[in-house]
Design a protein around this ligand. Structure first.
Ligand code: C2E
Ligand code: MG
Ligand code: MG
Length: 762
């Protein structure tokens, strides 16, 4: 309901309703007719002549003007020229000159049948005029008299002549316009403003008095002996031509009467036309047709009232115009807001919202690209170049993808549509795109290296938003795994439902034993003996088989299940440690989710678990990654320090892959640095990696820490690490992650082989 109340159409109609109370729609009507008659002007009929008594100049208010004696002479002179009718429309000042008054009365009597005195109505109140209440008519009762009176609008523009006859001193007086009408006109007469008032010939009264009527000028015509100054008291607004003397309005009304009676329908019919056509227009899907329809609607609003007026039907355009001009800016603002939503503010490229409403989505593959280290890139650029950076990336992507429209999802994520093809072809294409990004971006004087990873969604039947999200998530995943691309497969799709029930599944897995803790032995390189093990979580789901921890730990973190899972791991690992350390000293490493490092209850709960299992904190190493909570870094550091004070050892896991390895190293009170397997992998063949690993080993030692290598997959790697002086190693070459019982067996075998185990030092 409230939604509709805010729609532009409803607001426009409310505006119309308000205008009925406030009467401000008249302004539009005024503007409409003024403009219409300015552009739509016709030559006036040659039937009328004005005999000017003021020569078009304003007369002083107290001026006696032209005396009644002179008027009498003028009337006689004009009457002689055989006109059709003579109207004396002049403010007589009766009673100053008895003889003059009598002469005028006599002249009127002489020209009886063609002449008449015009009584000009006085302005009584806004929009309504009437004849003067006080009679100053001193002429004989039989002297012909006519009335001139108007309905006017809010700025005294004439709209119509209100009536045919006024009762005056007990006798009826016709209006000038209605004079000679064969039958009574019921409705008001609407003047023909199309008549150009400047066309009506004007003669000077003074010149006629001095040298007579020019021959042939007046015969058969209708003469107004009157004032012609536009600022005369009788002057009123005349649409399209500003103010005009009253006589001109009488002429326009006389011409208007000729066109027949007028039917006045008010503003409602056009408003209804507007609404009906508006609703029809809303149904067009095609933008061009819609625009054409609204164009026709505007034309109708603008032309129909004028056309109908010439047919004698008066339709007011005001309500419809008010509705249209209220609606248009509101709708425009609404569109603008939608548009802003549909474009990315920084780059000006279309946003993901725009892509979501793209119909082609249903028949195309969605590709997302994720630019590595985008935020760092932006950090090196001044703010005003951020948009250009995004645009340049989009240009490259578009160039390599048949000019596809590239949608910008901020922070180095871009999405677009690709025509369907085989996965092989698509991957070829992505490889080509990646090659385009091998040369650095040049943004003004800044040169930036980039790397790009892609995510695909080819599940056409899914909803637009979820497809886009799937492609974006896959791109991030590809980036995380340093792969060219990652596809959001059907399998994953089915899994999304599965992921939703993560809560229940984890509980069930813990209860049934589908989730268990493996131990991967760690060796001391100098003695080649087992000194400990890393506890690694395992999930063998009866339905889905082996689920890699990377995958479900991320899910558990997202679904808020990570706490239970982590404390369960600590519980199991400390239980094992307690059991093992009753026989021999074995260091157990446990992974702590980065999300939990700043939890307030962390230290208390871990300490409680250790106590319950009679586990010596010195025999537990807690592994944290460098990406731990950036939100509450202080609390995280505090927790880690407290754990260390309790005797737990701290290890920096996956060293070298996080965001700020060195600053981390200086901030965290760690005991051990675990060099990520991505570095270890390459040390046999890659000299640079070897140099990096070696320097990390030295760095660890310089800081009084042990260096641990993970992911040792062959003997050559192990040999190099040993030579480097790396302290400990872990990897498939040494031992796979195994069950607790297998680990115990392994320890027993090693013991018989080597005598006693070498416990981890420190
Ligand atoms: P991580 O802590 O770096 O664990 C080492 C990973 O390397 C383990 O993968 C291990 O199986 C694997 N690995 C060991 N030797 C080799 C090798 O020679 N070559 C290769 N390619 N890989 C090797 P896993 O078990 O899949 O665990 C992956 C990650 O999941 C772990 O990385 C850790 O971050 C997380 N994780 C595992 N268990 C837990 C847990 O109990 N709690 C938490 N919070 N995270 C866990
Ligand atoms: Mg680890
Ligand atoms: Mg690791």
């Amino acid at each position: 309901m409230f939604k509709y109340a805010k729609s532009p159409l409803v607001l426009a109609l409310a505006m119309v309703a308000l205008s009925v109370i406030g009467e401000f729609s008249q302004m539009l009507e005024q503007m409409y007719w003024n403009v219409w008659y300015k552009i739509h002007s016709e030559p006036a009929s040659s039937e009328y002549v004005l005999v000017s008594l003021d020569d078009g100049e304003p007369m002083a208010p107290d001026s006696v003007g032209v005396s009644t004696a002179k008027q009498a002479r003028l009337l006689d002179l004009v009457a002689k020229a055989r006109p059709k009718a003579i109207y004396i429309d002049f403010p007589q000042v009766i009673g100053r000159d008895e003889a003059g008054d009598a002469a005028l009365e006599a002249a009127l009597a002489r020209s009886k049948g063609i002449s008449a005195i015009v009584y000009r109505a006085e302005f009584e109140k806004y929009g309504f005029v009437s004849l003067p209440a006080k009679s100053d008519f001193k002429f004989a009762p039989g002297t012909p008299a006519l009335a001139s009176t108007w309905n006017v609008n809010f700025i005294s523009y004439v709209e119509s002549a209100p009536a045919y006859v006024f009762a005056r001193n007990g006798r009826p007086i016709e209006t000038v316009a209605a004079r000679g009408a064969s039958r009574q006109i019921d409705r008001a007469i609407v003047p023909n403003f199309a008549m150009n008032p400047d066309d009506i010939p004007r003669l000077s009264g003074r010149e006629i008095l001095a040298s007579g009527v020019p021959p042939g000028d007046l015969s058969g015509r209708i003469i107004f002996i009157t004032v012609t100054s536009p600022s005369a008291a009788s002057a009123m607004g005349y649409f399209g031509h500003k103010r005009q003397p009253g006589a001109i309005l009488d002429i326009a009304a006389t011409e208007g009467r000729k066109e027949g009676s007028t039917l006045r329908l008010g503003g409602i019919p056009l408003l209804l036309i507007f609404m009906v056509m508006f609703v029809i227009g809303q149904r067009y899907v095609n933008g061009r047709w819609k625009l054409l329809h609204y164009g026709v609607l505007m034309l109708i609003l603008l032309v129909l009232p004028a056309k109908f007026r010439s047919l004698g039907v008066l339709i007011n355009p005001d309500f419809a115009l008010l509705a249209a001009i209220t609606y248009l800016p509101l709708r425009f603002a609404e569109k603008w807001r939608e548009r802003i939503k549909l474009t990315n503010a920084a780059s000006g490229l279309p946003s993901i919202d725009a892509l979501a409403s793209e119909p082609q989505l249903q028949s195309h593959d969605v590709v997302a690209a994720s630019i590595s280290q985008y935020e760092q890139m932006l950090a090196t650029l001044p703010r005003e170049l951020h948009g250009e950076c995004a645009r340049q990336i989009a240009r490259r992507l578009s160039l390599g993808s048949n000019d596809s429209v590239i949608y910008d999802n901020d922070n180095g994520h871009f999405v677009w549509l690709e025509t369907s093809r085989t996965l092989e072809e698509l991957v070829d294409h992505l490889e080509g795109l990646k090659a385009l990004f091998s040369s650095p971006l040049q943004i003004e004087q800044h040169v930036l290296d980039t790397n790009i990873h892609f995510g695909l969604d080819r599940n056409w039947q899914s909803s637009p938003i979820s497809r886009i999200q799937a492609a974006l998530a896959s791109a991030s995943e590809a980036q995380g795994k340093s792969k060219l691309y990652e596809e959001f497969g059907r399998q994953r799709l089915e899994m999304s439902g599965w992921e939703l029930s993560m809560h229940a599944r984890i509980d069930e897995g813990l209860r049934t034993g589908a989730i268990w803790l493996a131990l991967q032995p760690q060796y001391e390189l100098a003695s080649h003996s087992i000194f400990g093990a890393e506890a690694l979580i395992r999930w063998n789901d009866p339905e889905r088989g082996f689920i890699p921890p990377d995958e479900f730990i991320l899910q558990a973190e997202r679904s808020g299940r990570i706490e239970d899972l982590t404390y369960w791991t600590f519980e199991r690992a400390m239980e094992m440690s307690g059991a093992l350390n009753r026989i021999m000293r074995i260091q157990i490493s446990v992974n702590l989710s980065a999300r939990m490092v700043d939890h307030p209850a962390l230290v208390r709960r871990i300490a409680a678990i250790a106590e319950r299992h009679h586990c010596d904190p010195h025999m537990i190493t807690i592994e944290v990654t460098e990406t731990f909570s950036m939100t509450n870094r202080e609390k995280a550091k505090e927790n880690l320090s407290e754990l260390r004070e309790l005797g737990f050892k701290l290890s920096i896991d996956d060293f070298g892959t996080g965001q700020a390895s060195l600053s981390y190293l200086s901030e965290i009170p760690s005991d051990e640095v675990k060099i990520d397997r991505r570095f270890i992998n390459g040390i046999v063949h890659n000299e640079r990696q070897r140099a990096i690993v070696e320097s990390v080993v030295h760095l660890s030692h310089a800081l009084g820490q042990h260096a641990v290598a993970e992911g040792v997959e062959d003997s050559a790697t192990l040999e190099i690490l040993r030579k480097m002086g790396c302290d400990y190693a872990q990897g498939y070459h040494l031992a796979m992650p195994m069950k607790f019982s297998e680990f115990v067996d392994l320890l027993a075998r090693a013991r018989t082989r080597n005598g006693d185990l070498v416990p981890k030092s420190g």
